[in-house]
Ligand binder design. Structure first.
Ligand code: GLC
Length: 414
């Protein structure tokens, strides 16, 4: 009985009804405006020096993608008629020493990966090669191919990088590894790369969104320049006690408040905090990964046997059915809130460009949360329909995989 009452209360505090979404959109618009006019809002609204591509860009390019636990190298051929050849992609796993060690170790590793990639695909090491670099952190851009890291997000803390030009750091490593002819021609945020990659093929595309380890978006302003919103830091939000405690215990208290309610780096942790009274064995931070949310919410078996198997893996051997059911509810409220907040943010961006939805908009989305969670994309779409009614048909959400690397190559070709 007590548990049921608890559940009702939790559902209520995590629910985001339509009026609250409308208020979110108003607040988001005013924070956008503040950021653009140089005020001290929560949205950085970073100028990227990049415009949407024309679709005629051509060439063979290399691209790098750094921003989560994987690092990828991609080779790409643009044909110049809004088409590209299927890219070559290699994934490398970042270790702790790369993520929280010395910056030099991180950038040397990147250069080593490029070399491995070139060797594997018989590319001449010393030859001139243009490179696009997707670096998915807040960067103060100084031009197309330079920018200083403002601060790390998503658990990264490699030393000697904040405040520095990351292209310079990479060039240094390339030189040390004998790749001085490999030149970074473009530095881009993953949202910008995603927007650029999709709009190379689809001219209606004007929003790039990441819903993965972190979350963020970009769009072209009136002067056509693409703005990196850094929406993960949006903070005009109603938080629950669980959110506040998670924030207190995080390494960047007070920052990335929206990201902490929406992205894969944190969703599992929010759900864990909801369920820890019942499942004491997961009583340590990080004990419940975001991908488990997908496992639990996909479990439609009668006795929640898949969830039981997962819990056994987490050394919880004798969970009661009621506990598993509670865990499923906890996962559902947390991920549903995330989807509705994401929908609110997407709607805010689209209506900043087009208040009455008089045009069609393609929103290119990449990231593990959007791609892998069994219901996330449908819940985002349902919320957008709730917000706009029939006009929601003008907003098309498309999963755009691997775009965050491809786009940097396209920018390098512009
Ligand atoms: C974090 C970064 C941002 C990036 C996003 C998605 O919010 O600050 O730059 O776009 O994660 O990877």
């Amino acid at each position: 009985m007590r548990r049921e009452k608890g559940l009702k209360k939790i559902e209520k505090t995590f629910r985001i009804p339509l009026p609250e979404i409308r208020k979110f959109i108003r607040d988001f618009h005013s924070e956008m405006q503040k950021g653009l006019s140089g005020g001290r809002g929560s949205l950085k609204m970073i100028h990227t020096y990049v415009e949407k591509p024309k679709g005629t860009e051509k060439g063979r390019l290399l691209a790098l993608d750094l921003g989560g636990t994987n690092f990828r190298v991609v080779a790409l051929e643009l044909k110049g008629n809004r088409k590209m050849k299927a890219p070559l992609i290699e994934k490398f796993v970042l270790k702790k020493k790369h993520i929280i060690g010395k910056g030099k170790v991180l950038f040397d590793f990147i250069a080593d990966c490029i070399k491995t990639f070139m060797n594997k695909h018989n590319m001449p090491i010393g030859a001139k090669q243009k490179l696009g670099f997707t670096f998915s952190f807040p960067v103060k851009k100084k031009g197309i191919a330079s920018g200083a890291l403002l601060r790390w997000t998503k658990g990264f803390s490699a030393s000697g990088v904040e405040g520095e030009d990351v292209v310079k750091l990479l060039n240094g490593s390339l030189r040390r590894k004998g790749l001085s002819n490999t030149k970074v021609a473009a530095l881009a945020n993953d949202t910008v790369s995603t927007l650029v990659a999709r709009s190379y093929e689809d001219p209606n595309c004007d929003v790039g969104v990441i819903l993965g380890t972190g979350t963020n978006a970009c769009y072209p302003e009136k002067d056509r320049m693409i703005i990196n919103i850094e929406w993960g830091n949006f903070n005009k939000l109603r938080r629950t006690s669980y959110d506040c405690e998670l924030d207190e215990d995080s390494g960047n208290t007070g920052e990335q408040i929206f990201e902490k309610m929406v992205s894969g780096m944190y969703l599992g942790e929010v759900a864990r905090r909801l369920a820890e009274d019942l499942l004491p064995k997961i009583r340590f931070p990080g004990g419940f990964k975001s991908e488990y949310i997908s496992v639990v919410e996909s479990d439609t078996s009668k006795g929640l046997t898949i969830t039981n198997r997962l819990l056994k893996k987490l050394e919880i051997r004798n969970s009661k059915y009621a506990d598993r059911k509670f865990l499923k509810e906890a996962c559902t409220v947390v991920s549903t809130r995330a989807a509705r907040l994401a929908a609110a943010a997407i709607s805010s961006v689209v209506t900043r460009m087009d208040p009455h939805l008089s045009k069609r908009h393609t929103v290119a989305i990449d990231g593990s949360v959007y791609e892998k969670h069994p219901h996330f994309s449908n819940r985002v779409k349902a919320a957008i329909k709730e917000i706009f009614g029939r006009k929601a048909l003008r907003i098309k959400l498309v999963l755009t995989k691997d775009a965050s690397a491809k786009g940097a190559a396209i920018i390098a070709a512009i």
